[in-house]
Design a protein around this ligand. Structure first.
Ligand SMILES: NC(=O)c1ccc[n+]([C@@H]2O[C@H](COP(=O)([O-])OP(=O)(O)OC[C@H]3O[C@@H](n4cnc5c(N)ncnc54)[C@H](O)[C@@H]3O)[C@@H](O)[C@H]2O)c1
Length: 173
């Protein structure tokens, strides 16, 4: 039996890159897939490719930094498939590659809106159906940059450190 048979999974940022690969892999393991992404054309192609291989998938246009869009997306998934088993918080941006004295507050706020607020909002709204079902799994993507310091992408590194901290705290709470 496939490891995710009959599971329902949301994969944020599932239109491209690691999220796209995760969407295909989860589908191969039997999960129904909801791709939450701002890239509609690419995301719709991934969903269709999964359907063409006999799987079940939808694309939902969700900017993870937008609470109303996240809440509506989770509701759409639960209305469609009756539950939510897995949330993969993969969506992120790298933002600007500037040192702290060069970064504008708008640039700082945007990367935190996607990479940190996005993880918070998706976790918050996914937890409602998961807690009602008394089960569920949440997978967060941090980075080696959440663990070590390096001389590039300071705002990105800060967001990935925050995601690592949120992951540890949410796992305990
Ligand atoms: N690629 C790497 O080498 C690497 C290394 C360590 C960690 N990571 C982490 O892995 C994850 C995926 O990385 P990737 O390289 O595949 O990224 P990517 O840029 O290829 O894909 C990111 C996806 O997120 C989507 N996205 C961007 N902003 C969004 C928003 N506001 N709402 C919804 N979707 C949004 C994009 O449209 C895209 O489909 C990220 O969390 C990244 O930080 C990547």
């Amino acid at each position: 039996m496939a490891r995710l048979e009959n599971k329902v999974s949301i994969i944020t940022g599932g239109s491209t890159g690691i999220g796209e690969a995760t969407s295909y892999r989860f589908a191969e393991e039997g999960s129904k897939i909801a791709i939450f992404d701002v890239s509609a054309e690419a995301g719709s192609k991934v969903a269709q490719a999964i359907i063409d291989k006999g799987g079940d998938a939808i694309f939902v246009r969700v900017d993870v930094s937008d609470e109303k869009a996240v809440e509506a997306g989770v509701t759409e998934v639960v209305d469609r498939w009756g539950k939510l088993d897995v949330l993969v918080n993969n969506a992120a941006i790298t933002g600007v590659n500037k040192f702290a004295h060069e970064v504008t507050s708008e640039e700082w706020d945007r990367i935190f809106a996607v990479n940190v607020r996005g993880v918070f909002l998706c976790t918050k709204h996914a937890l409602k159906p998961m807690m009602a079902a008394k089960r569920g799994s949440i997978v967060n993507f941090s980075s080696i940059y959440g663990l070590i310091g390096n001389d590039d992408l300071p705002p990105y590194q800060a967001t990935k450190g925050a995601v690592l901290s949120m992951t540890k705290t949410d796992a305990i709470c």
